[in-house]
Design a protein around this ligand. Sequence first.
Ligand code: HSE
Length: 429
Amino acid sequence: MTTLRLGIAGLGTVGCGLLVLLRDNKAIIEQRAGCVLEVTAVAARDRSRDRGIDLSGIAWADDARGLATRDDVDVVVELIGGEDGIALDLVRDAVGAGKHVVTANKALLAVHGTEIARLADVNGVHVGYEAAVAGGIPIVKALREGLAGNRIKRLYGILNGTSNYILTQMGQHGAPFADVLAEAQELGYAEADPTLDIGGGDAAHKLAILTSLAFGRPVDFAGVHVEGIQQVTPEDIAFAAELGFDVKLLGIAEETDHGIAQRVHPCMVPLNANIAHVNGVFNAVEVESDQADVTTYVGRGAGGGPTASAVAADIIDIARGLRLPLFNMPAGELRDQPGAPMDRRFGCYYICLHVVDQPGVIADISAILRDHAISLESLLQRGRDPGERVPVVLTTHDTEEAAMMEALKRIAALDVMIEQPRMIRIENL
Ligand code: HSE
């Protein structure tokens, strides 16, 4: 049997998970790959750290960038992370040197994916990145291979496990966002700096990649509308349940009359939607295509095992001789398509207002909605406390985002408003 030689950059959770996987599943992986897989070189920040893994016989590279040009490395596995810096240098250099690359780096591909795709085409190498999107779920494979004969109409998904865990806990225990976040950090689910997770940036990186795969356009991370879950309250989730919805942070990419929409924000989804049943740290993606109809993918989006599983699958693909263009077609075929402006989003809205309980409040709110041609679908007012705070919850029929935002601005300015209105978009899934 021939030997495929791997150089691994980054020995954190995923890098160590990969070494364990390659050791524990060696026989079956090599049967499937049709060759011997040998890790010939590794690079990581701290050489002295005890990782509980035997690294004897493996060359240590002090500078990860050096892996790109080593004669004893056929495939560079980039598990460093970060959109720029060493990771970008390494991937560029490796592809430029004609080496295949496997990466788990969503930020890098979301920002530099089109450039890497061009470089990979020119150098005839395969770039595998299954681990970059939704960890152990083979969604890149699904789009690049299984659904390659379809026109994709829309895809949406829970692309961040940390946010999904927090929303699930808030819903199940009625606990406020800040408390659940602190608990998630203690349990090690959320990073010490959880900004990318809870702010929607991590999901946006993944969505930008999925959009290019699905719609054949260059990656446009800057074009993703991003909102996180920081403003969602347990009260919203309780009202959502009463109205027949759950609250999820979704990444949505769809073809609209105004262009390709890419958006990440909290959504109300019907309780009977598949995605409403995906709880805790799990991820899910649904793809709506013209021939296969709706296909659904659920699994773990993070962690050493699931992410290493995706990296290993890419390595096996390379060993088997699979060579695919990065975004489903040669980079030269990717077509710029206009991005749909967020203010043209058309759909229903949930609004939660905390107002002073006094006659005429609902009339004032309704008048504003009427002025913007927004039709109410339902209105709930709970409690009676004259002169004090009461919540008022509205849901609307389909309307354009621009009208909703204008109306919300006027509602927020009413004297009776005790706190900023909260809005969650209702998605028709
Ligand atoms: N931090 C991500 C999550 C996993 O919480 O899903 C890696 O992208």
